[in-house]
Write a protein that binds this ligand. Structure first.
Ligand SMILES: *Cc1c(COP(=O)(O)O)cnc(C)c1O
Length: 372
């Protein structure tokens, strides 16, 4: 049966290098941070063309840590798209700030700069919150419109965090995602485009001072020596074994991105006549964390695919402004219509670099058969 995400085939391909890298960590005797993590950090910095990579415990922590360092209060507003994974919104509340949900662009699923302008203006009019930061999410792998977003952020004095949990490897023009914002957070959760064998994440920045602060936050707010605590931090460290796995996977990552694009092209060509295929952001490269179509009777389509042994997933069935945990910070149903519509229409199809063309065509056959 077709695999939605295929980590076993990837391991079979990389077994010798992954096993060797892990063995080196086991022999070396340092199991948290240490040389394997330092090596991976410099490899990722080179790949992304950024000055600093700080490896951390998860993607969620990578979003949370820069917010924590800002020492925010409930009177501070952090703008975030409503159509995202819960971790993006959660980090804001854990950092004691108030999330302000923003609508998305139906073509790209990413934060809509026009809706952001409106929400900032509404917050300023209301006068209760101070706009402080923006978290832009590169949903499903394509970059958010950083050109427009950075311009708004500059004019409004907002700190910009990119949530690149799904988009590492993607590009905007010739610039790698990771180099486009004040700081970028990513996740190495196993099913992400670049995944490890546990939890992991990273923060990328060109700002020397911010990088130092992030290294301090990662180590419980440590100052110049281990028992000097200069700020509130967390245990945000990465395991050495995860870095060892990631170094091995980074070697074939570009090749895997090409394979993801091959799969996406087949879907594009065969499915555009029956469903809404994902619009491609001009002059960019997607990491294709997900290939997400839109359909009117999404639930009916998913059932009929399941009956044909074709796995599919719904990311995300409920926008954040309607989630029970966050709804008190949102405007209720109808307030962010595009996010609500996307939640009802999206369906993600099997996407991984190890899908054969024949498998992708069989999935397309199943979808076309559903539409008769
Ligand atoms: C996966 C994901 C996260 C969280 O990453 P973890 O490593 O699971 O903590 C955050 N944001 C988005 C958009 C994600 O897809």
């Amino acid at each position: 049966m077709v695999q939605f995400i295929d980590l076993k085939t990837q391991y079979a391909r990389l077994k010798s290098s992954i096993d060797a890298n892990i063995a080196e960590v086991l022999d070396g005797g340092q199991y948290i941070l240490g040389p394997a993590v330092t090596r991976f950090e410099s490899e990722l910095s080179d790949y992304l063309n950024v000055k600093h990579t700080i490896s951390v415990s998860s993607g969620t922590d990578a979003i949370f840590m820069p917010l924590l360092a800002m020492e925010l209060t409930p009177a501070d507003a952090v703008f975030v798209p409503s159509f995202t994974y819960t971790a993006t919104a959660e980090a804001i509340l854990l950092a004691h700030a108030t999330p302000v949900f923003v609508d998305v662009d139906p073509a790209t699923f990413n934060i809509d700069p026009e809706s952001l302008r409106e929400q900032i203006a509404a917050v300023r009019r209301d006068g209760k919150l101070t706009p402080r930061a923006l978290i832009a999410v590169d949903l499903f792998g394509q970059p958010a419109d950083y050109h427009a977003l950075n311009a708004i952020a500059r004019a409004e004095g907002l700190f910009v965090i990119g949530d690149a949990a799904q988009s590492i490897g993607g590009k905007s023009g010739n610039a790698m995602i990771g180099s486009l914002t004040d700081c970028t957070a990513t996740s190495f959760y196993p099913s992400k485009p670049l995944g490890c064998y546990g939890d992991g994440g990273a923060i990328m920045t060109d700002d020397d001072k911010l990088a130092d602060v992030m290294r301090s936050v990662r180590a419980h707010g440590q100052g110049s020596h281990r028992y000097d605590v200069v700020r509130v931090g967390i245990n945000g460290r990465m395991d050495s074994i995860q870095a060892a796995v990631l170094s091995a996977k980074l070697e074939v990552f570009e090749d895997e991105l090409v394979a993801r694009e091959r799969v996406a092209r087949i879907y594009d060509e065969r499915l555009a006549s029956v469903v809404t295929v994902p619009a491609r952001v001009e002059n960019s490269r997607s990491a294709w964390a997900q290939y997400t179509i839109q359909a009117d009777d999404r639930d009916g389509l998913q059932k009929s695919l399941a009956a044909r042994q074709i796995p599919s997933m719904i990311f995300y069935a409920c926008p954040m402004h309607l989630q029970p945990a966050y709804e008190m910070h949102g405007g209720g149903r109808g307030s962010l219509p595009v996010s609500e519509l996307m939640s009802a229409r999206v369906l993600s199809l099997p996407m991984n670099p190890y899908l054969g063309d024949d498998e992708v065509h069989a999935i397309c056959d199943g979808i076309l058969a559903h539409f008769g």
